[in-house]
Design a protein around this ligand. Structure first.
Ligand SMILES: [Zn+2]
Length: 377
């Protein structure tokens, strides 16, 4: 869901994106500040000043959340983990880090970096507030609110329910003590799910007490938390099931190849519809030129199918992501997710020896689940 968003540019080699839901929080905060908070506390400001300071505060709040996420990402990068993107959305930010940390100490540092940066930023804003108090009222008001919200941000994120930062700290601790990442994730996500339900119950309670908006908002955060907690546990459990198994155990081996000058029309009728397969390596003299998939075919208008060759429709080899027969399945799943593809060619000695698709991984997981082999001793 958070893959989409408006690209804002790159910082430290990381794509910064804005998810559409972020505008909800931006409008909400600006409206609450300019329409209620500032007028209540500073009745003699002009309307233009309320809105001007309101928008400025919201923008600085956005930069504070971005700095929080960047802190996680930079610490992760230093530890050798690639960070693809940061997406800011209605509940904060998400860093898309390409793999799970390999050691509890790394997870601990990555998780703690965010709340620490929020505390530092909060302290800086309160410093500005102390300096501008009695000198420049709007600047002091802006700095005070931002100092407060950054401390709240740090506090909220330190709640020990996975996948919040505090839950990650907790997980790293249990992981360090037990040496078992899956068990640590299960414990930390169960606490996350529990905290999510507490928020939902508390939110509903607030609605009955007459705090309609706050109640709905808190219940909504709770719903999001418990969803994210159960989702992250499933993900780690699946990774664990796949770990230690190789691509060669699940890949589809008999893999018909195509010469480059076959037309897309022939590809569709003689190869795809005849076999039900969704992707074909294109080869010449047993050299792999690229891979053509149903997805590539769909990009070509139907009336051009007889004219276009598969060599024009395929993804060329140098742009292709591929795996080796001996690669670990857990890394294959991570690669499919981060590259957003459904299948990867399996390459050995410069020739395609098979295809591994999401379906292969899925049936591997389902079969083990049915046979009761999903949990390790
Ligand atoms: Zn964080």
């Amino acid at each position: 869901m958070l893959r989409q968003g408006i690209p804002l540019g790159r910082l430290f080699g990381i794509d910064i994106r804005l998810h559409y839901s972020w505008f909800i929080i931006f409008i909400l905060i600006t409206a609450l500040l300019a329409g209620a908070y500032f007028p209540r506390n500073f009745p003699d400001w002009s309307t233009a000043l309320y809105w001007g300071i309101g928008v400025a505060t919201s923008v600085l709040f956005f930069l504070s959340v971005l700095a929080h996420e960047l802190s996680h990402s930079i610490v992760a990068q230093r530890a050798g983990m690639a960070v693809k993107s940061i997406t800011l959305f209605v509940f904060g930010g998400v860093s898309q880090i390409e793999k799970e940390p390999e050691q509890p100490s790394v997870e601990f540092r990555v998780a703690l970096a965010g709340p620490l940066s929020s505390l530092v930023i909060g302290g800086i804003f309160w410093g500005i507030w102390a300096l501008t108090r009695g000198v420049n009222e709007p600047a002091a008001a802006l700095a005070f609110w931002l100092g407060w919200i950054n401390v709240v941000l740090a506090g909220f994120n330190l709640i020990p329910g996975f996948p919040l930062d505090g839950g990650r700290v907790l997980r790293s601790f249990i992981w360090w003590r037990s040496g078992n990442l899956v068990r640590a994730t299960r414990a930390a996500s169960n606490i996350g799910i529990g905290i999510g339900y507490l928020f939902i119950i508390g939110g509903i309670g607030l609605v009955f007490w007459g705090y309609l908006l706050d109640g709905i908002w808190i219940a909504f955060i709770g719903w999001f938390l418990q969803n994210a907690a159960s989702g992250s546990y499933r993900q780690v459990a699946v990774q664990d099931m796949l770990r230690g198994h190789t691509v060669s155990e699940v890949m589809t081996r008999d893999c018909p190849t195509l010469p480059p000058d076959v037309s897309v029309e022939t590809l569709v009728h003689d190869y795809i519809l005849g076999s039900g397969r969704r992707c074909f390596p294109v080869t010449e003299d047993s050299r792999v030129l690229g891979l053509v998939t149903v997805h590539d075919v769909r990009k070509i208008p139907r009336d051009l199918w007889p004219m276009k060759k598969v060599s024009e429709a395929m993804t060329p080899f140098d742009k292709l992501k591929w795996v080796r027969p001996g690669d670990d399945l857990s890394s294959v799943l991570q690669m499919m997710s981060s590259e957003d593809v459904n299948q990867l060619p399996v390459v050995d000695n410069n020739s395609v020896v098979g295809i591994v698709a999401r379906d292969n991984l899925l049936s591997f997981i389902n079969l083990r689940g049915e046979l009761g082999m999903s949990r390790r001793p």
